[in-house]
Design a binder for this molecule. Structure first.
Ligand code: GCB
Length: 594
C-alpha cells in the first residue's frame, strides 16, 4: 500500500481536525442506520486522537462498543476525471466507513491503514458527509486479543461487564491516525516493491511496479532514481527490473541517505501517473551470532516504545513524534521496537529519514495468562480464526512497511505462551507467511518464556527476550541480576546458537523518588538495575542489542501495581529525563561495540 504523497499527478486533501462524535451507549446505531442522516446530539472530537481522555466523562473514557464520527468535505473541482480514494491511517479496532450514507468499506485491526475508492460515491456539487463507526471491543479473533467478562455475582449489578485483555497498556480507542482523501489518475500506480542490495561500492535496486485502472494494460512505467542533490543516478523502464547505482551512498544510522525512486507511468507516450518513493540502499543479515547492517556488525541501543501521550492517548501527533526522535538522538539510541503494534506511517517515515533502526512488531500481544493452567492456544481462545487474522495482519503490515530501510526485523508477537505445544504450529504458519512475503529481513518472536520451555526458538532468526530480574521476581534483589541473567542468556545461546537481544528490561520509577541505598520505584533503583543488566551484556559476545523498557511512562489499565500508568519510562510521559536517561546517554556514547 503506497503512502499518500503529492506529486505532479496526485493530490492529497487532509480531513483531520475537529469532527462530530457520538457515543453509541447501547450499541444500536448500526441497526438503526444512524449513518443515513447527519448524527444528532454530537460533541466535538479531534481526529486523529484517542477519544478516551478528551472529555471529563468516564462513560466516554471507559466505553465498550461503538462510537460514531462524522465530518464533511468538498471535492475539488479539478478532481472530476480522477480516481478518488479515502484513507484512514488507523481506527481501533474495527471500523465501518460511510460516504453520503452509503457503506463503503469495513476494516478489522486497529493499527494499520485501510482505504477505499469513493469516486462514485461523492458529489462534486454538494458537501459530502463522511461517517465512521468505530468499535473498540477485543475478542479472541482480534489482534491484540481480549474478551468481555460478564459478571454474574452479588457484587456487581445485573449486566455489568468489563473488557479484559492480557497486556498492560490502555485500550485506547478511536481514529488514531490521519484521515485523508487523495486523487490519482484513472490509470494509477497501485504498488511498488523495492529490494535493495549492495555489490562492492554499488547499490542494486530490484523493483516491481504494479499498475491498475482503465489503461493499465497499455501503461509502461519509467523509473528514475534521483539522489539528494536532485541528480539522476540511474534510469530504467518496465514493471520489474534491476537497476544499479554506481558508487552508491548506503543507508545507515550515521548516514540515513535516501534516494528518490520515481515511477512515471506512460500511456501512449504521455505521463499518466507519478509516484515518488524514498528508498535506502542497505542490507540486513544474520550471520553466526551477529546482526549485520551493510555487511558490518551492528549493536542495537534503544527502547521498546509505545504510541502514547497525555490527552492524545494513541493519537498520532507530529509534536510528540518529532520530540521522541529528538530524544532518541539525544540519548544516543540507534533503534526501537514498535512494541506492541505497528506504528503510524508518519513515524516510520521519520525513522527512515533520521536513521533509526526499527524492529517492526505485529499487534500480537496478550496471548499469555502467565499461568500454565490457563491455556491460550486452544479452540476457545487463540484458535484458527485468530491465526487467520494474524496472517491477514502480517500481509497488511508487510505490504505497508516492506520498502522502509529503517525496518530491519519483523517481530510476529510479544510474550506469547510459547511454552504451549500448540504455539509451534501456530507460529510456524505465521513465520512461514513472513518469509514468503519478505526474504530479506530476519524474523523474531519476543519471548518471556525461558530457553528450556519455549517451543519456537528454532523458528526465529534472532532471539529476543524480555526479562525483569529483581522486579517481578526477587523484588529489590539487585544483587541477583548478574547471576540469574548471565545463566539464562548463556542457555539461550547454548540451545539455539542465535544472536540475542534483550528486548525489555527495566524498573518502574516515579520521577523525583530518591533512595540510597536504592529501593524499588526510586530513580536510583532504575539506574542500578540497568547497570546490573549492562554488566552481563558486556560480557556476552552473542548479545547484539539492549532495548530498555520503556522509552517513556505510558497509560495502562488500572491495577494495584500501576501508579497512574506504567512508570518504567526512562523519560516521563511528558518526555522529561529521569536519572537513568543520563546514565544511558553516557553508556551509549562510550559503548565500544558497534
Ligand atoms: C512486559 C510486557 C510489556 C509490559 C512490561 C511491564 O513484559 O511486554 O508490555 O509493559 O512487561 O512493565 O510489565
Amino acid at each position: 500500500m503506497l503512502y499518500p504523497r503529492e506529486t505532479r499527478t496526485r493530490e492529497v486533501k487532509d480531513l483531520n481536525g475537529i469532527w462530530k462524535f457520538k457515543l453509541d451507549k447501547e450499541n444500536k446505531g448500526y441497526e438503526e442506520k444512524w449513518y443515513l442522516q447527519p448524527l444528532k446530539d454530537t460533541i466535538p472530537m479531534p481526529v486523529p486522537a484517542s477519544y478516551n481522555d478528551i472529555t471529563q466523562d468516564p462513560e466516554i473514557r471507559d466505553h465498550i462498543g461503538d462510537v460514531w464520527y462524522e465530518t464533511s468535505f468538498w471535492v475539488p473541482s479539478g478532481w472530476t476525471d480522477k480516481r478518488i480514494v479515502l484513507r484512514v491511517g488507523s481506527a481501533a479496532h474495527r471500523a465501518k466507513v460511510f460516504v453520503n450514507g452509503k457503506e463503503m468499506v469495513e476494516h478489522k485491526g486497529g493499527f494499520l491503514p485501510f482505504e477505499v475508492e469513493i469516486t462514485d460515491a461523492v458529489s462534486f456539487d454538494a458537501e459530502n458527509r463522511l461517517t465512521i463507526l468505530v468499535n473498540n471491543v477485543l475478542d479472541w479473533t482480534c489482534l491484540p486479543p481480549g474478551f468481555i467478562r460478564y459478571y454474574d455475582d452479588s457484587f456487581h449489578p445485573h449486566g455489568y461487564k468489563t473488557q479484559e485483555y492480557l497486556f498492560d497498556f490502555l485500550n485506547y480507542s478511536g481514529i488514531h491516525r490521519p484521515v485523508v482523501l487523495y486523487a490519482t489518475p484513472k490509470t494509477y500506480i497501485s504498488d511498488i516493491t523495492v529490494i535493495p542490495d549492495i555489490q562492492g561500492q554499488n547499490g542494486i535496486v530490484e523493483y516491481k511496479v504494479e499498475i491498475e485502472g482503465v489503461n493499465c494494460q497499455k501503461a509502461v512505467p519509467k523509473i528514475t532514481i534521483i539522489d539528494r542533490e536532485n541528480k539522476v543516478v540511474v534510469e530504467g523502464s518496465g514493471t520489474s527490473g534491476i537497476l544499479e547505482i554506481k558508487n552508491a551512498q548506503f543507508w545507515e544510522p550515521s548516514n540515513p541517505y535516501l534516494y528518490t525512486f520515481r515511477v512515471e507511468t506512460l500511456v501512449d507516450g504521455k505521463v499518466e501517473d507519478v509516484y515518488e518513493l524514498p528508498i535506502g540502499i542497505r542490507t540486513v543479515k544474520v550471520e553466526g551470532n551477529r546482526l549485520l547492517l551493510n555487511g558490518k556488525p551492528i549493536y542495537l541501543k534503544g527502547f521498546g516504545k509505545h504510541e502514547d501521550a497525555d490527552i492524545r492517548g494513541k493519537g498520532y501527533d507530529s509534536v510528540i513524534a518529532v520530540k521522541d526522535f529528538n530524544l532518541l538522538k539525544w540519548i544516543g539510541a540507534n533503534s526501537f521496537r514498535t512494541s506492541h503494534y505497528p506504528y503510524a506511517d508518519e513515524i516510520m517515515n521519520l525513522a527512515d529519514e533520521l536513521g533509526i533502526l526499527v524492529i517492526d512488531e505485529a499487534p500480537a500481544v496478550g496471548m499469555n495468562f502467565f499461568n500454565k493452567n490457563e491455556k491460550v492456544f486452544c479452540n476457545e481462545r487463540v484458535n484458527e480464526d485468530t491465526l487467520n487474522h494474524h496472517i491477514q495482519v502480517i500481509r497488511e503490515l508487510i505490504k505497508r512497511d516492506k520498502n522502509h530501510p529503517c525496518v530491519i526485523m519483523w517481530s510476529v508477537a510479544n510474550e506469547a505462551a510459547t511454552y504451549e505445544d500448540e504455539a509451534y504450529e501456530y507460529f510456524k504458519k505465521v513465520i512461514d507467511e513472513v518469509k514468503k512475503l519478505d526474504k530479506t529481513r530476519p524474523v523474531t518472536i519476543v519471548e518471556s518464556s525461558f530457553p528450556d520451555e519455549t517451543k519456537v526458538g528454532t523458528l526465529v532468526d534472532v532471539i529476543c527476550v524480555n526479562r525483569y530480574y529483581s522486579w517481578y521476581t526477587d523484588c529489590g534483589k539487585l544483587e541477583l541480576i548478574e547471576y540469574q541473567l548471565e545463566k539464562e542468556l548463556l542457555r539461550w545461546y547454548e540451545l539455539f546458537k542465535k544472536p540475542v537481544i534483550v528486548s525489555e528490561y527495566g524498573a518502574d520509577t516515579i520521577a523525583g523518588f530518591h533512595s540510597d541505598p536504592p529501593v524499588m520505584f526510586s530513580e536510583e533503583y532504575q539506574c542500578r538495575m540497568l547497570e546490573e543488566f549492562h554488566k552481563v551484556f558486556d560480557k556476552l559476545d552473542f548479545v547484539i542489542g539492549e532495548h530498555v523498557w520503556n522509552f517513556a511512562d505510558f497509560a495502562t489499565k488500572q491495577a494495584v501495581h500501576r501508579v497512574m500508568g506504567n512508570r518504567k519510562g526512562v523519560f516521563t510521559r511528558q518526555r522529561q529525563p529521569k536519572a537513568a536517561a543520563f546514565l544511558l546517554k553516557r553508556r551509549w556514547a562510550n559503548l565500544k561495540r558497534k
